[in-house]
Every structure is written in C-alpha cells, then in structure tokens.
Design a binder for this molecule. Structure first.
Ligand SMILES: [Zn+2]
Length: 257
C-alpha cells in the first residue's frame, strides 16, 4: 500500500503544482492601457513583469461593459455567446452558457463575484457562491471572502473610470487621478492575497475610450491591458502580439487546473 501511495503522490503532484489555491481576477472598467505608469498606478505596476502583461489586449464588438464581460467569462465572442445588446435588468434571463465560475466550481473552488453595475447581474449563475452588486464595498467584500481558508476564486469588477472618462475625457488628469485612487484601494487586497499560499492575480479591463466617448468603433475604444501575477512555479506567458479578452477563460483554466 505504501508503494502505491507513494507512486500516486508522485504522479499527482507535478500537475497540481501549477494550480493556485487563491485566484483573484480584477476587472477595472474602462481602463486605457496608456494610463498605467509608476506614478498613476504603482500597485498595478508592481504586478507587471515582462512576459506576463500586455498593453495590447483587445475588446470585442461592440466594446461595451456587459458585452465584454460576458465574452471574458464565457470565453466566447458575442455572436457565439448571444449577449450583444449590453442590456440586462433584474428579472431578465441570466447567462445560459458555462462561465469561468463553472470551471472554478468544478475544480473545487469556492466562488465569489462582486460587481459595480446592475447589468453585470446577468453573469450570476448557480456556480457563483457569493455575489453582490456593491459599487463602494466590493474590495472589502473580497478581502473578507479571502479571510476564509481553502481554494477560493473571486471576480471583482471595479468601476469609476468610465464615469470620469465620460465627464472629463479618457487619459485626462481627472481620469488619471481616479486611477490613482483605484490603484491605492486595491493595494491591501493584493497584499492579503499574496500571503495566502499559492496565488494568482489577474487584472484586466473591458474596454477603453477616447475623448469623452466609449463603446464606438474608434480604435482606442477596443484597447485594454492584461496583467498576470502570482507565486506559481509557472505562470502562463502572454503572447507579444494582440490578446483578445475572449482568452481570459482559458487563461483562468491554466491557473486553476
Ligand atoms: Zn465598461
């Protein structure tokens, strides 16, 4: 029996070694990749290592909040996942395609989803354990979620930049000041996650904008950054060329397997 046990252990460990016990995905709504800098976003900058971030992420058609988040979570472009209208109200049908929450639950993670816009309630499905619409308290809720032990995955949607972008313009001083505030608010969450065993943190956005507009077919509106960080033996490297946010689900599965 001992030999069998030892053989089983050595067989299982190598594939398990890459998986994170703690997985956090943060979607910072409307974050233009050109806004990231040591001055504007020191917390995010500290996560960025060559090969594990890209400023050449690309949103979907149309580059709008719910359309993009549905594509991220299902891994399917809008024409395949069916959500192309960017609209949802409580009581309307919710997502009927599997999402990365289903992947997480199947792999034994407790799951949580906190979001800042009512329409993102479309993405709550039975695989989501804890969830709430909480524009001001999402970060604190995720911190509380990760104070429990065991395999845990949280998806946090943070808003703010899209409102400032619409009022003052993308990459305006007011927009960069808002990013500084978001970046500072995320720092304690990232610190706590990094002390929780094997972990991975992914930061992404749904789309950018230009002037005071977003959601149009202007090339700037499709831009987004992607950052992958953590203490796993092997993090998935990102391609140097353009990265589509529909690849987030497969990236999640690489981190969670
Ligand atoms: Zn958005």
């Amino acid at each position: 029996m001992k030999r069998l046990f030892a053989w089983g252990l050595s067989f299982v460990l190598p594939s398990m070694a890459a998986a994170a016990d703690t997985l956090l995905i943060v979607s910072i709504d409307a974050l233009h990749p050109a806004a990231l800098s040591v001055d504007n976003s020191p917390t995010l900058q500290a996560l960025m290592q060559p090969g594990y971030y890209t400023l050449q992420g690309r949103s979907v058609e149309p580059p709008k909040t719910l359309v993009a988040h549905t594509a991220m979570m299902t891994g399917l472009p809008p024409v395949q996942n069916g959500k192309i209208d960017n609209q949802w109200r409580p009581g309307d049908p919710q997502v009927d395609k599997p999402t990365l929450f289903d992947d997480g639950r199947r792999l034994g993670y407790q799951t949580a989803y906190y979001y800042s816009k009512p329409k993102l309630g479309y993405l709550v499905n039975p695989a989501v354990g804890e969830h709430a619409l909480d524009p001001d308290g999402g970060i604190e809720r995720v911190r509380a979620f990760f104070r429990h032990t065991g395999k845990r995955f949280a998806f946090l949607h943070v808003s703010g930049l899209e409102w400032v972008g619409t009022d003052s313009g993308w990459l305006s001083q007011a927009y960069l000041d808002e990013l500084k505030d978001i970046d500072a608010a995320l720092a304690p969450l990232f610190h706590e996650v990094s002390r929780r065993g094997k972990y991975a943190i992914v930061v992404i956005s749904d789309h950018a904008g230009h002037d005071k507009l977003h959601g149009t077919n202007h090339p700037e509106d499709y831009k987004l950054p992607l950052i992958v960080s953590g203490n796993l033996a092997q993090l998935p490297k990102l391609p140097a060329a353009e990265w589509s946010l529909t690849e987030l689900r497969s990236l999640f599965r690489e981190l969670a397997r």
